[in-house]
Ligand binder design. Structure first.
Ligand SMILES: NC(=O)c1ccc[n+]([C@@H]2O[C@H](COP(=O)([O-])OP(=O)(O)OC[C@H]3O[C@@H](n4cnc5c(N)ncnc54)[C@H](OP(=O)(O)O)[C@@H]3O)[C@@H](O)[C@H]2O)c1
Length: 281
């Protein structure tokens, strides 16, 4: 039975993928950062423990527990737990930007480094990074999240090169909009960490707030897919003899992935500003 450690299983993609992999016969270690979520996951029949990506002690404890359960082996790690910190670049404090990187990059890196020796000893393993279309292109007011995912892309490409020939395969998944709690969680971070009233972008922020008050935050745009769209590439990255370095998921990822190769930076800015402006009305 192949074992998979997944972070961020309280909701969204991590939750869905954990359940589906379990159904397909994987031994899934579905982690979450709150005890109540761990209990809920256990009640669903999953093996679960706490893992908070912001805490080195928590990461170490979770890895120790998983290796204890498996007798020291781990086939795959699905790095997934993350959040989006919205807000204009000039409205991000150093601490807020650092916090975004602590969760979305440094935690993933630390956890990965803890399992790599196990995979090296096995002579095989899979590292799957849930990145984003926003690791390929940028949008206004997503600077912190963009930066964390661009950094993840760079770190992951380097890691893949360094692991070449080791038997450990590294893949990035690049989802566009997927149904989950992501938007709701991001909006809470926006309200908690952005000084709206003193911002040069106040008018835009207030317009977005007014719109969000009127509509359900989870209102799907026509391109939004369910988390099953991410399961497919995860399965390929786990099971293929030749996993892809990158998996594009959703039409926006394919379109922007193509445009970023085709257009000059200025032309791409024009297109992406239009997209941002239609979002930030
Ligand atoms: N949904 C999209 O449109 C979309 C698009 C592209 C990429 N992604 C990526 O998909 C991944 C999953 O997001 P999602 O869409 O499923 O959103 P989600 O429903 O908000 O799930 C995010 C998960 O990450 C966890 N998390 C946050 N901070 C954490 C920490 N410090 N330690 C451990 N776990 C933490 C959350 O736990 P709590 O419940 O405790 O906060 C939650 O379980 C993320 O990497 C995201 O960047 C999502």
């Amino acid at each position: 039975m192949r074992s998979v450690l997944i972070t961020g299983c309280s909701s969204g993609i991590g939750h869905y993928v954990a359940i589906e992999l379990r159904k397909r016969g994987y031994r899934v270690f579905a982690t979450a950062r709150s005890t109540s979520d761990v209990t809920a996951l256990k009640n669903m029949g999953l093996e679960s423990c706490q893992l908070d990506l912001n805490s080195s002690a928590s990461i170490q404890k979770a890895v120790d527990w998983v290796l204890d359960q498996t007798g020291g082996t781990l086939y795959a790690l699905f790095n997934n737990g993350a959040y989006g910190q919205p807000g204009a670049v000039e409205d991000l404090t150093r601490d807020v930007l650092r916090a975004q990187f602590e969760t979305n990059l440094f935690g993933w890196h630390e956890l990965t480094c803890k399992v790599l020796p196990v995979m090296r000893a096995q002579g095989e393993g899979r590292i799957i990074q849930n990145s984003s279309v926003l690791g390929l292109i940028t949008l206004k007011y997503r600077g912190a999240y963009n930066a964390s995912k661009f950094a993840l892309e760079g770190l992951t490409d380097t890691l893949r090169q360094e692991l070449s020939g080791s038997g450990i395969e590294v893949s990035l998944i690049e989802p566009g909009p997927i149904e989950s709690e992501f938007r709701k969680n991001a909006y809470a971070k926006f309200l908690a960490n952005i000084d709206i009233s003193h911002s040069a972008h106040r008018t835009t922020y207030e317009a977005v707030q007014r719109r969000l008050e009127k509509q359900d935050i989870n209102t799907r745009d026509p391109f939004t897919l369910g988390p099953d769209a991410v399961l497919k590439p995860v399965l390929h990255a786990l099971e293929s003899r030749r996993p892809k370095p990158r998996y594009y998921v959703t039409t926006p990822t394919w379109i922007f992935g193509y445009l970023r190769r085709l257009l000059s930076s200025r032309m791409l800015d024009r297109v992406l500003n239009k997209v941002s402006d239609s979002e930030n009305r």
